[in-house]
Design a protein around this ligand. Sequence first.
Ligand code: IMP
Length: 292
Amino acid sequence: MKATLGSRNPHKARELERLLPGWTIVPLEADDWPPETGATYLENARAKARFTFERAGGPALGEDSGIEVAALGGRPGIESARYAPEGAPAIAKLLGELSGVADRAARYVCELVCISADGEEIRGRGTVAGTIAREPRGEGGFGYDPVFVPEGEERTFAELGDAWKDRSSHRARAVRALLAALGAVLVFAGCGDRDRTGRRVLDAFFARTPYQRALALRFPPEPGSVSCVLRRNHKAIDATCSTEVTLLKPERAVVTLTEAWDHGTQAHTWFFFIRRDGKIQSVTQEGQPAPR
Ligand code: IMP
């Protein structure tokens, strides 16, 4: 899958390419970008996606993101890129505005819009809550990452690094929402899990290697759910194991395996990005740590 990204920010293209295994993300070359005048992240992301679609055709991606600081009434928000030059100047301005302020709550927001080759719009949104540190720390990431500490962590995004961001950042969450929406669109288009190709892909997936054959003992061989028993600290837990398949063009698919327990309030999901012959190209995981 090749998609053109409507952004001048090379960091975003690199993050998105890591987050969308099997996709090639090509930043659009343009010097007449329309001004970002939307009132929301969604309006700006859509405008970038449409501009890119008109220039390059589909699939086109538009992304808009920003950081919202509670004590500043949500600023800089959609103005984050224009608040001050990215990096040290923007961080210095933010820390200056927050000097002596006890409430450090903040969140990152990311809105993604994808326009498919036939002009259909698919969206995904992701947020991550945290606080603004008192001084910058760490080398990774970009923008405000040296001063953003996500909830549940003590280190900044820049200290936690790319691997952490790829699992849990606002952009990672927006990508997963986009992929889920893309899956739903494919199902509606009649090329999703009820399709015969989907069954063939799953047969190949569950037969390919000893590891994949072991998965076949736990998960249903076709889209749907079965009851299963997981083990945590030698205790048996009643759970549900489910299988889904989404076909991507050309010749790729995502097999999604989910274990849900505690009446569905806890879940662990694996996304296997595969070729349609069942060969795994990459895997991402989300949710609670999986029981054994
Ligand atoms: P825009 O979406 O291109 O308008 O710019 C978003 C701005 O928000 C960036 O220039 C950064 O300043 C900030 N931002 C968005 N996402 C991130 C991130 O993951 N890390 C650090 N800064 C970010």
